[in-house]
Design a protein around this ligand. Structure first.
Ligand code: SAM
Length: 346
């Protein structure tokens, strides 16, 4: 019997999701809560004298951020990462963590930090609902740490210990590879960092240097992951012939030769992982950025401050998803429109 309109049941309407024009669903929102940092890593920000942080009035308030996350959760966002600048320089950050943790639908709440202020903050953050943390650590040499960041290594190590004690898990270390800083000749710290991570039951990920607007000469310092995988000291520790394991993140993992841990590799320059990208970024000054290297941004802050309702926020989030390019292309010129990592949040 032919079906009549009365016997035809359309599938229930799907809740609208943040999907880009290539069918990728954006479920991961990275939120920068400040463009200020207490460290001065030259690969992340222009030299201090050339860096002007945004006026505080331009930075999103906790209520604005919470409202955006609530609307984004309604569009299928499930993971939020708080970043910066250094997120821990933002006053009362635990208040924001608690507000986001209470939003229905957000089941993964993470942070990226330099950990220098984490010793005091780790337990309150965990109590407020933070699940896990990634910590930047490029060197274990105190003098080199000071030269690279302008700060001290000891509080970072204390911060890592405090995060472990507070039960934040997993804790991942992020190491940006830089020739002449932590890779190459006598400077190489690859083996030392792997051993440190293994000893402390942490997962370390090595990241290729990206050419953002920064103070460091990218061409001089860039090291491809392949070069690191060919090193004898790495091969003594990591099973480089094992199949690279892909999680739902940008990292690829190889197992330790001894023990059960793994080492991660993030290759934004030598391997596009764009096909699996599920990220949308919100800058500290309230711009939606759909791709790390692409300068396309939509100004959500001004829209909200001009009185946009939730439907307006939702519409801009959906529009931002549609601006996501199929592949992110890095620029090697320091154009005036280019933003530094400290402004975007990594
Ligand atoms: N202040 C925090 C921190 O140090 O982790 C969070 C912000 S930082 C911008 C986020 C991440 O971006 C860090 O892991 C940092 O190492 C990474 N990063 C910054 N500049 C980079 C670059 N030029 N290439 C690759 N990674 C970079």
């Amino acid at each position: 019997m032919p079906s009549s309109p009365l016997t035809f049941y359309p599938s229930p309407p799907h809740a609208e999701n943040l999907t880009d024009s290539f069918g990728r669903q954006l479920t991961y929102l990275r939120i920068s809560v400040t463009d200020r940092c207490n460290l001065h890593c030259s690969y992340c920000r222009p030299a201090s004298e050339n860096y002007q942080a945004e006026a505080r009035s331009h930075i999103l308030t906790f209520d604005e951020i919470t409202r955006i996350v609530r609307v984004a959760a309604g569009l299928g966002v499930r993971k939020v990462r708080i970043t910066g600048g250094e997120p821990l320089v933002r006053r009362n950050l635990t208040t924001l963590i608690a507000k986001i943790a209470a939003i229905s639908g957000i089941d993964d709440l993470a942070m990226t930090s330099n950990a220098s202020l984490l010793a005091q903050a780790a337990q309150p953050l965990a109590d407020a609902g933070l699940h896990r943390i990634n910590i930047s650590l490029d060197t274990l040499n105190p003098a080199r740490f000071r030269a690279l960041t302008g700060g001290d290594l000891a509080p970072v190590l204390d911060g890592i210990a405090a995060a472990q004690q507070a039960g934040l898990s997993p804790i991942k270390l992020n190491t940006v590879l830089m020739r002449g800083v932590n890779v190459g000749g006598e400077e190489s710290e690859v083996a030392r960092l792997i051993d440190f991570a293994q000893l402390h039951d942490l997962t370390i990920r090595f990241i290729e240097l990206m050419p953002m607007k920064q103070g460091l000469d990218w061409k001089r310092h860039y090291v491809a992951i392949d070069e690191v995988l060919a090193r004898n000291d790495l091969q003594a520790r990591v099973a480089v012939d094992a199949p690279l394991v892909t999680g739902n993140t940008a990292a690829r993992y190889l197992p330790h030769k001894q023990g059960t841990g793994k080492v991660g590799f993030i290759m934004p320059m030598s391997e596009h992982f764009c096909s699996g990208c599920n990220r949308l970024r919100l800058t500290a000054d309230g711009h939606l950025r759909s791709c790390l290297p692409a300068n396309t941004e939509l100004n959500l802050r001004d829209m909200m401050r001009q009185g946009a309702d939730d439907a307006g926020i939702r519409a801009l989030l959906l529009r931002a998803a549609m601006t996501k390019p199929e592949i992110g292309i890095y620029s090697f010129t320091q154009g005036k429109d280019q933003r530094s990592m400290i402004q975007i949040g990594g």
